[in-house]
Design a protein around this ligand. Structure first.
Ligand code: NI
Length: 160
């Protein structure tokens, strides 16, 4: 297990399409563990493989307060959305910034787990937002392409 370097906006890897995973081999398992370590170290909510320089369709998310409920999504696809939420969004690849993004309020995803078994999962609120944000990363899209208005500094909030 190891902390990986998080790529920042301007790095071209963040604008590329990621490829589907066909088999969860040792390398993918190590990548999953490293991504979880990296996510928790950075106090993030979600991390997509391209953010650590790997163009594979893999996402890790943890929206729990305690950081003890990781969600691992392999080849995730959004199958259903409803409602709307408008709120602040941030990204570990764009440190120190936040922007306002409108997303669906309920999102159902279909994905595969580490045993390559297909499952579906529904999220609302922050989890729905995380599903959309992280799956966007797999298509080379950063939230700054979806913001309403300017990016703002997040430092004022961090000082509270
Ligand atoms: Ni992000």
């Amino acid at each position: 297990m190891a902390i990986r370097n998080i790529r920042e906006m301007g790095d071209k890897v963040l604008n590329k399409m990621s490829r589907e995973i066909t088999e969860v081999d040792k390398k993918i398992n190590v990548l999953i563990e490293d991504m979880l370590d990296t996510l928790y170290e950075a106090n993030g909510v979600g991390l997509a493989a391209p953010q650590v320089g790997v163009l594979k369709r893999l996402v890790v998310i943890d929206v729990s307060e305690e950081g003890d409920n990781p969600i691992i999504l392999i080849n995730p696809v959004i199958v259903e959305t409803s409602g709307e939420q408008t709120g602040e969004e941030a990204c570990l690849s764009i440190p120190g910034k936040v922007g306002t993004v409108t997303r669906p309020d309920t999102v159902k995803v279909k994905a595969f787990n580490r045993n390559m078994e297909e499952f579906t999962m529904e999220g609302t609120g922050l989890l729905a937002r995380a599903f959309c944000h992280e799956i966007d990363h797999l298509d080379g899209i950063l939230y700054v392409e979806r913001t309403t208005g300017e990016l703002r500094s997040s430092f004022a909030e961090e000082e509270e």
